[in-house]
Write a protein that binds this ligand. Structure first.
Ligand code: LIP
Length: 261
Protein backbone atom coordinates (compact mmCIF):
# COMPACT_ATOMS: atom_id res chain seq x y z
CA UNK A 1 0.00 0.00 0.00
CA UNK A 2 2.74 2.47 0.97
CA UNK A 3 4.40 1.92 -2.44
CA UNK A 4 1.19 3.08 -4.11
CA UNK A 5 1.11 6.17 -1.86
CA UNK A 6 4.78 6.84 -2.69
CA UNK A 7 4.23 6.62 -6.44
CA UNK A 8 1.32 9.08 -6.26
CA UNK A 9 3.28 11.44 -3.99
CA UNK A 10 6.36 11.43 -6.28
CA UNK A 11 4.31 12.14 -9.44
CA UNK A 12 2.34 14.84 -7.61
CA UNK A 13 5.50 16.53 -6.27
CA UNK A 14 7.01 16.48 -9.77
CA UNK A 15 3.88 18.02 -11.34
CA UNK A 16 3.76 20.62 -8.55
CA UNK A 17 7.41 21.46 -9.21
CA UNK A 18 6.69 22.06 -12.89
CA UNK A 19 3.74 24.30 -11.94
CA UNK A 20 5.96 26.36 -9.59
CA UNK A 21 8.56 26.84 -12.36
CA UNK A 22 5.77 27.89 -14.74
CA UNK A 23 4.69 30.60 -12.28
CA UNK A 24 8.31 31.78 -11.92
CA UNK A 25 8.37 32.27 -15.72
CA UNK A 26 4.96 33.89 -16.16
CA UNK A 27 5.02 36.01 -12.97
CA UNK A 28 2.69 35.98 -9.96
CA UNK A 29 1.12 38.15 -7.23
CA UNK A 30 2.69 38.23 -3.75
CA UNK A 31 0.92 39.11 -0.47
CA UNK A 32 2.03 39.24 3.18
CA UNK A 33 0.63 37.07 6.00
CA UNK A 34 0.74 39.24 9.14
CA UNK A 35 4.44 40.25 9.28
CA UNK A 36 5.97 42.28 6.37
CA UNK A 37 8.49 39.46 5.81
CA UNK A 38 6.03 36.52 5.91
CA UNK A 39 5.01 36.13 2.27
CA UNK A 40 2.53 34.00 0.31
CA UNK A 41 2.28 33.99 -3.47
CA UNK A 42 -0.33 33.09 -6.07
CA UNK A 43 1.89 30.06 -6.83
CA UNK A 44 1.71 28.78 -3.21
CA UNK A 45 -2.10 28.75 -3.51
CA UNK A 46 -2.16 27.17 -7.01
CA UNK A 47 0.35 24.43 -6.14
CA UNK A 48 -1.55 23.69 -2.93
CA UNK A 49 -4.85 23.44 -4.85
CA UNK A 50 -3.28 20.93 -7.29
CA UNK A 51 -1.92 18.78 -4.44
CA UNK A 52 -5.08 18.87 -2.29
CA UNK A 53 -7.43 18.12 -5.21
CA UNK A 54 -5.27 15.20 -6.38
CA UNK A 55 -5.11 13.68 -2.88
CA UNK A 56 -8.88 14.17 -2.37
CA UNK A 57 -9.57 12.45 -5.74
CA UNK A 58 -7.35 9.45 -4.94
CA UNK A 59 -7.93 9.18 -1.17
CA UNK A 60 -11.28 10.86 -0.28
CA UNK A 61 -11.17 9.60 3.34
CA UNK A 62 -7.64 10.84 4.14
CA UNK A 63 -6.94 13.93 6.29
CA UNK A 64 -4.87 16.80 4.91
CA UNK A 65 -2.87 19.51 6.76
CA UNK A 66 -1.41 22.26 4.55
CA UNK A 67 0.28 25.64 5.11
CA UNK A 68 -2.12 27.92 3.25
CA UNK A 69 -5.59 26.37 3.85
CA UNK A 70 -7.75 25.03 6.69
CA UNK A 71 -7.08 21.41 7.70
CA UNK A 72 -9.29 18.68 6.13
CA UNK A 73 -10.37 15.97 8.56
CA UNK A 74 -10.93 12.49 7.05
CA UNK A 75 -12.13 9.21 8.62
CA UNK A 76 -9.03 7.11 7.83
CA UNK A 77 -5.77 6.65 9.79
CA UNK A 78 -3.83 8.53 7.09
CA UNK A 79 -2.94 12.25 7.09
CA UNK A 80 -0.98 14.13 4.40
CA UNK A 81 1.14 17.11 5.56
CA UNK A 82 1.90 19.54 2.72
CA UNK A 83 4.12 22.59 2.23
CA UNK A 84 3.23 23.67 -1.34
CA UNK A 85 6.30 25.94 -1.61
CA UNK A 86 8.85 25.85 1.19
CA UNK A 87 11.23 28.77 0.87
CA UNK A 88 8.47 31.13 -0.29
CA UNK A 89 10.57 34.25 0.27
CA UNK A 90 13.27 32.79 -2.00
CA UNK A 91 10.61 31.85 -4.58
CA UNK A 92 9.11 35.36 -4.48
CA UNK A 93 12.55 36.83 -5.27
CA UNK A 94 13.30 34.38 -8.11
CA UNK A 95 15.93 32.69 -5.92
CA UNK A 96 16.34 28.97 -6.82
CA UNK A 97 16.27 27.58 -3.25
CA UNK A 98 12.65 26.45 -2.84
CA UNK A 99 10.91 23.09 -2.87
CA UNK A 100 7.62 21.20 -2.62
CA UNK A 101 7.17 19.00 0.45
CA UNK A 102 4.71 16.08 0.81
CA UNK A 103 4.58 13.77 3.85
CA UNK A 104 2.20 10.96 4.83
CA UNK A 105 1.43 10.09 8.45
CA UNK A 106 -0.22 6.79 9.47
CA UNK A 107 -1.74 6.77 12.98
CA UNK A 108 0.49 9.72 13.94
CA UNK A 109 3.71 8.10 12.61
CA UNK A 110 5.41 9.56 9.50
CA UNK A 111 5.67 6.74 6.88
CA UNK A 112 6.85 8.59 3.78
CA UNK A 113 8.32 11.90 2.68
CA UNK A 114 8.86 13.36 -0.81
CA UNK A 115 10.63 16.67 -1.46
CA UNK A 116 10.84 18.08 -5.00
CA UNK A 117 13.53 20.70 -5.76
CA UNK A 118 12.59 21.75 -9.31
CA UNK A 119 15.46 24.19 -9.90
CA UNK A 120 18.01 21.56 -8.81
CA UNK A 121 16.28 18.64 -10.63
CA UNK A 122 16.51 16.75 -7.37
CA UNK A 123 13.80 14.65 -5.69
CA UNK A 124 14.52 13.50 -2.14
CA UNK A 125 12.29 10.70 -0.87
CA UNK A 126 12.02 8.02 1.77
CA UNK A 127 9.60 5.32 2.88
CA UNK A 128 9.97 4.25 6.51
CA UNK A 129 12.14 1.13 6.81
CA UNK A 130 13.45 1.36 3.20
CA UNK A 131 16.15 4.03 3.36
CA UNK A 132 16.38 7.50 1.79
CA UNK A 133 17.11 8.49 -1.81
CA UNK A 134 18.00 11.50 -3.97
CA UNK A 135 16.57 10.72 -7.38
CA UNK A 136 17.66 7.07 -7.91
CA UNK A 137 20.63 7.11 -5.51
CA UNK A 138 20.55 5.90 -1.89
CA UNK A 139 21.79 8.66 0.43
CA UNK A 140 23.23 8.72 3.94
CA UNK A 141 24.27 11.34 6.45
CA UNK A 142 27.92 12.38 6.88
CA UNK A 143 30.40 10.85 9.37
CA UNK A 144 31.71 14.18 10.69
CA UNK A 145 32.07 14.26 14.49
CA UNK A 146 34.05 17.44 15.15
CA UNK A 147 32.76 21.03 14.81
CA UNK A 148 36.00 21.96 13.02
CA UNK A 149 35.06 19.59 10.17
CA UNK A 150 31.41 20.66 9.96
CA UNK A 151 29.27 22.74 7.61
CA UNK A 152 26.09 23.62 9.51
CA UNK A 153 22.78 25.33 8.79
CA UNK A 154 20.55 27.57 10.89
CA UNK A 155 17.17 29.15 10.29
CA UNK A 156 15.86 32.39 11.79
CA UNK A 157 12.12 32.70 12.52
CA UNK A 158 9.99 35.40 10.85
CA UNK A 159 9.26 37.22 14.15
CA UNK A 160 12.26 39.56 14.14
CA UNK A 161 13.20 40.95 17.56
CA UNK A 162 11.58 37.99 19.37
CA UNK A 163 13.51 36.12 22.08
CA UNK A 164 13.95 33.12 19.77
CA UNK A 165 15.21 35.35 16.93
CA UNK A 166 17.76 36.90 19.32
CA UNK A 167 18.83 33.39 20.41
CA UNK A 168 19.21 32.43 16.72
CA UNK A 169 21.51 35.41 15.95
CA UNK A 170 23.65 34.51 19.01
CA UNK A 171 23.85 30.85 17.94
CA UNK A 172 24.76 31.84 14.38
CA UNK A 173 27.84 33.63 15.73
CA UNK A 174 28.73 30.80 18.12
CA UNK A 175 28.46 28.14 15.39
CA UNK A 176 30.45 30.26 12.92
CA UNK A 177 33.31 30.64 15.37
CA UNK A 178 33.84 26.91 15.77
CA UNK A 179 32.83 25.33 12.44
CA UNK A 180 33.85 25.45 8.78
CA UNK A 181 30.78 27.56 8.08
CA UNK A 182 27.06 28.16 8.62
CA UNK A 183 24.45 28.37 5.85
CA UNK A 184 20.98 29.98 5.90
CA UNK A 185 19.16 28.28 2.99
CA UNK A 186 15.78 29.90 3.67
CA UNK A 187 14.00 26.55 3.36
CA UNK A 188 13.80 24.29 6.42
CA UNK A 189 12.81 21.34 4.21
CA UNK A 190 15.90 21.79 1.98
CA UNK A 191 18.12 22.15 5.07
CA UNK A 192 16.80 18.79 6.35
CA UNK A 193 17.36 17.09 2.98
CA UNK A 194 20.91 18.48 2.84
CA UNK A 195 21.60 16.94 6.29
CA UNK A 196 20.20 13.63 4.96
CA UNK A 197 22.69 13.54 2.06
CA UNK A 198 25.69 14.84 4.04
CA UNK A 199 25.87 18.34 2.49
CA UNK A 200 25.28 19.67 6.02
CA UNK A 201 26.30 17.93 9.24
CA UNK A 202 23.65 19.64 11.37
CA UNK A 203 20.76 22.13 11.22
CA UNK A 204 18.72 23.94 13.86
CA UNK A 205 15.80 26.35 13.87
CA UNK A 206 13.19 27.75 16.24
CA UNK A 207 9.55 28.26 15.36
CA UNK A 208 8.95 25.71 12.58
CA UNK A 209 5.56 24.32 11.59
CA UNK A 210 4.53 20.69 10.96
CA UNK A 211 4.70 21.22 7.15
CA UNK A 212 8.30 22.50 7.44
CA UNK A 213 9.30 19.32 9.31
CA UNK A 214 7.25 16.20 8.42
CA UNK A 215 8.75 15.02 5.09
CA UNK A 216 12.34 16.08 5.88
CA UNK A 217 12.22 14.22 9.21
CA UNK A 218 11.43 10.87 7.54
CA UNK A 219 14.21 11.47 4.97
CA UNK A 220 16.87 12.39 7.59
CA UNK A 221 15.99 9.42 9.84
CA UNK A 222 15.97 6.95 6.91
CA UNK A 223 19.40 8.34 5.91
CA UNK A 224 20.75 7.45 9.39
CA UNK A 225 20.43 10.89 11.04
CA UNK A 226 18.48 12.27 14.00
CA UNK A 227 15.69 14.90 14.26
CA UNK A 228 14.65 15.97 17.77
CA UNK A 229 13.75 18.95 19.91
CA UNK A 230 16.75 21.17 20.68
CA UNK A 231 17.05 19.39 24.08
CA UNK A 232 17.22 15.99 22.38
CA UNK A 233 13.71 14.94 23.38
CA UNK A 234 11.37 13.37 20.83
CA UNK A 235 9.98 15.97 18.41
CA UNK A 236 6.30 15.66 17.72
CA UNK A 237 4.87 17.53 14.73
CA UNK A 238 3.30 20.22 16.92
CA UNK A 239 6.62 21.22 18.43
CA UNK A 240 8.65 23.78 16.61
CA UNK A 241 12.22 24.00 17.96
CA UNK A 242 14.18 21.57 15.84
CA UNK A 243 17.67 20.06 15.91
CA UNK A 244 18.70 17.75 13.05
CA UNK A 245 22.09 16.12 12.58
CA UNK A 246 24.11 13.20 11.25
CA UNK A 247 23.74 11.63 14.73
CA UNK A 248 27.44 12.01 15.64
CA UNK A 249 27.04 15.79 16.00
CA UNK A 250 23.74 15.61 17.96
CA UNK A 251 25.22 15.66 21.49
CA UNK A 252 27.87 18.32 20.65
CA UNK A 253 25.11 20.52 19.15
CA UNK A 254 22.79 19.94 22.14
CA UNK A 255 25.67 20.90 24.50
CA UNK A 256 26.30 24.04 22.37
CA UNK A 257 22.58 25.01 22.47
CA UNK A 258 22.38 24.44 26.25
CA UNK A 259 25.53 26.58 26.73
CA UNK A 260 23.85 29.45 24.81
CA UNK A 261 20.77 29.68 27.07
C1 LIP B 1 10.04 28.92 5.85
C2 LIP B 1 11.02 27.90 6.37
C3 LIP B 1 12.30 28.61 6.84
C4 LIP B 1 11.96 29.50 7.97
C5 LIP B 1 10.92 30.49 7.56
C6 LIP B 1 9.66 29.80 7.01
P1 LIP B 1 7.96 28.93 4.23
O1 LIP B 1 8.89 28.28 5.40
O2 LIP B 1 11.35 27.04 5.35
O3 LIP B 1 13.26 27.71 7.28
O4 LIP B 1 13.10 30.19 8.39
O5 LIP B 1 10.59 31.21 8.72
O6 LIP B 1 9.05 29.04 8.02
O7 LIP B 1 7.23 30.08 4.86
O8 LIP B 1 8.84 29.35 3.12
O9 LIP B 1 7.06 27.80 3.83
Amino acid sequence: MTLHFLQIAKKLAHDAGKMALHYQEKGFKTETKGAFNNLVTEADHAVEKLIVETIRKNFPDHSILTEESDPIQGASEYKWIIDPIDGTTNFAHGHPMFCISIALIENGKPILGVVEMPTLNETFWAKSGDGAYRNRHRISVSQKSDFKECLLAIGVPYDRGSERAEKSYKMLRGLYEQSRGVRRTGSAVMDLCFVACGRYDGYLEYGLKPWDIAAGKVIVEEAGGMVTNMDGSILNPKEENLLASNGLMHQPLMDFIRAQS
